[in-house]
Design a protein around this ligand. Structure first.
Ligand code: TYM
Length: 332
């Protein structure tokens, strides 16, 4: 069976972007033709400073988000990265396969490091090599992610190809990013040209998966828009980033396409659309935030679920790591 791997960093709270771009789609891929492995990427989180108490909390909160949204630990493998040492071990091997020039091309690194590239952690630079290990240590072939992770998954393919070529084997499979649906790049509610992210100055610019119903509704009602009514076709949204974002969010939440949303709301003004969007978002998200809060009352239970998932993950990852060592000539 083809394998799916994906994950989310516990570096702050989960947003609607994480939900539509990742978690909701993880749930959709579960229980079908794939074996699904979903992970809390704690070792990726520390590439930028994390307060230890915050990391502990956020790790459990991402796990709670997965569970509350419908990841079933009996049908998917659900764990956190640090519990499966094979990720870090394979990452070192990949550090010696990947080229510095490849890392230099990563747009996310350039954005995050900015002008300060001399003073970011070495881990932030090597981040994509650990990400490649996350995926390839399970021989996963399908990686559901939002638009911003596409380049990293493509680099994973380059690392697999170079390994296979250098060692004259056909060992690591080709993997591909799965980026499908209307909400693969959810934008900031106050500025439609910026991505919605966990960090960001104002809480009003994002919807958090832990927001309660009133907060969710308020954020959509106050979201930035323009004076025009909605067009009949998606092309009409080309130069209207805030409007396009809200239509895409509606589509993502309702399992519709943007075109289908406009078939209903085209020609109508914000006075009609915004309350409908707020209501839909509350209907879909409020039960998840309630369930997350319930799960967070029992962190020991979350830890048990993650520990059990790690045992299943190791059964797949350890033999693949062993074989990698053998191919490379290690005497163990
Ligand atoms: P992270 O933690 O930044 O985000 C987790 C997932 O959420 C998606 N996402 C979004 N999708 C749409 N709109 C948005 N505004 C938005 N914001 C975030 C991301 O695309 C991602 O799919 N490097 C990864 C974590 C990772 C990983 C992996 C993913 C580590 N190893 C292996 C897949 C496979 C990251 O930082 O995601």
């Amino acid at each position: 069976t083809p394998r799916v791997f994906s994950g989310i960093k516990p570096s702050g709270g989960l947003t609607l972007g994480n939900y539509l771009g990742a978690i909701k789609r993880f749930v959709d891929m579960q229980g079908g033709e794939f074996e699904t492995i979903y992970c809390v990427m704690d070792m990726h989180a520390i590439t930028v400073w994390q307060d230890p108490e915050d990391l502990r909390h956020a790790t459990r909160e991402v796990a709670a988000g997965y569970l509350a949204a419908g990841i079933d630990p009996d049908s998917s493998i659900l764990t956190n990265q640090c519990r499966v040492p094979a990720h870090a071990e394979l990452a070192w091997l990949f550090n010696c396969v990947a080229r510095v020039g490849w890392m230099n091309r990563m747009t996310q690194f350039k954005d995050k490091a900015g002008k300060n590239a001399e003073n970011v952690s070495l881990g932030l630079y090597a981040y994509p090599s650990l990400m490649a290990a996350d995926i390839l240590v399970y021989h996963a072939t399908h990686v559901p992610v939002g638009e911003d992770q596409k380049q990293h998954v493509e680099l994973t393919r380059d690392i697999a190809n170079k390994f296979n070529h250098d060692y004259k084997v056909d060992f690591f499979p080709e993997c591909k990013p799965v980026i499908e649906g209307p909400a693969m790049r959810v934008m900031n509610l106050r500025d439609g040209t910026k991505k919605m992210s966990k960090s960001g100055e104002s809480d009003m610019e994002r919807v958090n998966m832990t927001d309660d119903a009133d907060t969710i509704a308020k954020k959509f009602k106050k979201a930035k828009t323009d004076p025009e009514p909605l067009p009949e076709e998606m092309e009409g949204l080309a130069d209207r980033p805030e409007a396009r974002n809200l239509v895409n969010i509606y589509a993502g939440l309702a399992n519709m396409t943007g075109e289908e949303v406009l078939a209903v709301y085209g020609g109508q003004g914000w006075g009609a659309f915004k309350p409908a969007l707020a209501e839909l978002a509350v209907e879909k998200l409020a039960p998840i935030s309630t369930e997350m809060a319930r799960l967070m009352n029992d962190p020991a239970e979350i830890d048990r679920i993650l520990a059990k998932g790690a045992e299943k993950a190791k059964e797949i990852a350890d033999p693949i790591l062993d074989k990698t060592f053998e191919i490379m000539g290690f005497v163990r």
